[in-house]
Design a protein around this ligand. Structure first.
Ligand code: AMP
Ligand code: MG
Length: 424
């Protein structure tokens, strides 16, 4: 690759970057570690779930045929021969004219095909305590049941041999529940990407250093690390590299030695300025430096550095976060085996005019839902160093390329930064 310092579109940059990423290898993890990750094996069931037919209600296990014509006015009386609770079994059978008291989840006894809810029997009139202490020996049934009523058949949920969760499934709480019911305590998922984070700049101070003239604290390292974590990666924080060839080279090597899947640098990639960061990246890797037709976040670098993809994010804190969302997030999702790369978005009605330079603008906005409709207004000052504008925002309104004015009342697409919890 040679250096091409040209202006390209967001879509072109993203397409080029994503060509260099593919899903990472699987690893075996405990199931709770699999949350929000992608399954890397087909999970089949070696059993029926539920494993046995059981009652969906507290009541009486009967033969449906015994209840023919039963009603409140003309009850059918059955003899109670046993009692079966969840977690227990009974040797007793339901013979014609008899019944077995049964609790939710208890196995349906031999001979029975139906459960009558306790509400549809004479037991319902007895206080619950008393029923428990002194079970009825006879019970009147008030309901003519169809066979199978209130019975959960074996295999109702999952059949033995069934492919329950195919590889590629995104694991949520319900998938973890299914894995647990199958007795799988561990599972193969795509491993998390390790992402190196290197801040660059002579002006930067570590978080606990006192502020001295001309210096600012290194916030990008932390916002980047937080985004890496949020999108399922493992941040490998390398601290600050000074704007010197030696320090930058040393920190890059330190990061590469930690077996990272993606390398993020912050700052020093604006086209035009002389920046030692660009020289070092060019010397160590095969790099492209771009200006992307977007605002904020015009400068962006991409390349391979000893085989590891490197994204050089702009230094301005807001530009850095917006560029992360547009380029780093999708690259991470691809490595994680995820296929839905687009940021969740809504169509919102603008509450004020928005102007643009004709580049794709990402305007920090507050989205609210009123009467079933989303509305967006800006967070105010949109300078790319004003990080509190990101604090106020729950979305990025996207003003497409070539559009210079969007008027109040018109619709825009808004990428939701938090979804959907922040929209009221
Ligand atoms: P640069 O891309 O190096 O020209 O930096 C652009 C702006 O971002 C400058 O105002 C820098 O001081 C600021 N900046 C660079 N790195 C960081 C960082 N790690 N944390 C906060 N601000 C930064
Ligand atoms: Mg700099």
């Amino acid at each position: 690759m040679t250096e091409v310092a040209k202006m390209i579109s967001v879509d072109e940059a993203l397409e080029y970057i994503l060509k260099h990423f593919k899903p990472l290898e699987p690893e075996e993890v405990e199931i709770l570690e699999a949350l929000d990750r992608v399954l890397a094996e087909d999970v089949c069931s070696d059993m029926d779930i539920p494993p046995f037919a059981n009652s969906a209600m507290d009541g009486y296990a009967v033969r449906a045929a015994d209840t023919t014509g039963a009603s409140r006015e003309h009850p059918v009386t059955l003899r109670v021969v046993a009692d079966v609770a969840a977690g227990h079994t009974t040797e007793a059978r339901v013979e014609p004219g008899t019944t077995i008291r049964i609790m939710t989840g208890a196995p349906l006894p031999e001979g029975a095909d139906t459960v009558i809810r306790v509400e549809d029997t004479s037991d319902w009139a007895r206080p619950r305590r008393e029923r428990g202490r002194e079970p009825s020996t006879k019970v009147e049934v008030y309901h003519a049941a169809e066979p199978g009523e209130n019975v959960r058949p074996a295999g109702e949920d999952i059949r033995r041999g069934e492919l329950v969760l195919p590889r590629g499934t995104l694991i949520r709480a319900q998938e973890i529940g299914v894995l647990a019911s199958l007795g799988k305590s561990t599972v193969y998922v795509i491993r998390r990407p390790r992402v190196a984070i290197l801040a660059t700049g002579d002006e930067l101070l570590a978080i606990d250093e006192p502020v001295t003239p001309g210096k600012i604290r290194n916030s990008n390292e932390y916002s980047n690390a937080a985004l890496v974590q949020r999108y399922g990666g493992i941040p490998v924080r390398l601290g600050i590299a000074r704007d010197s060839v030696e320090d930058l080279t040393a920190k890059i090597n330190e990061g590469l030695a930690q077996k990272v899947d993606l390398f993020l640098t912050s700052a020093g990639v604006s086209v035009g300025d002389y920046d030692v960061v660009k020289d070092v990246l060019n010397a160590e890797g095969e790099m492209r430096f771009w200006q992307v037709r977007m605002k904020p976040g015009k400068p962006l670098a991409f390349g391979l550095i000893r085989g590891v993809p490197l994204i050089g994010l702009p230094g301005n804190p807001v530009s850095s976060m917006v560029s992360f969302e547009q380029f780093v997030r999708p690259a991470m999702l691809v490595m994680e085996g995820k296929t839905r790369l687009a940021k969740p978005a809504v169509e919102a009605i603008l509450e004020e005019d928005m102007t643009s330079s004709g580049r794709r603008h990402f305007v920090r906005v507050i989205v609210e839902k009123r009467d079933g409709q989303y509305y967006a207004r800006t967070t105010g000052e949109q300078g790319s160093g004003v990080l509190t504008s990101m604090v106020k925002a729950n979305g990025l309104a996207v003003i497409p390329e070539g559009v210079e004015l969007v008027k109040a009342g018109e619709r825009v697409t808004v990428q939701m930064l938090d979804w959907p919890e922040s929209v009221e």
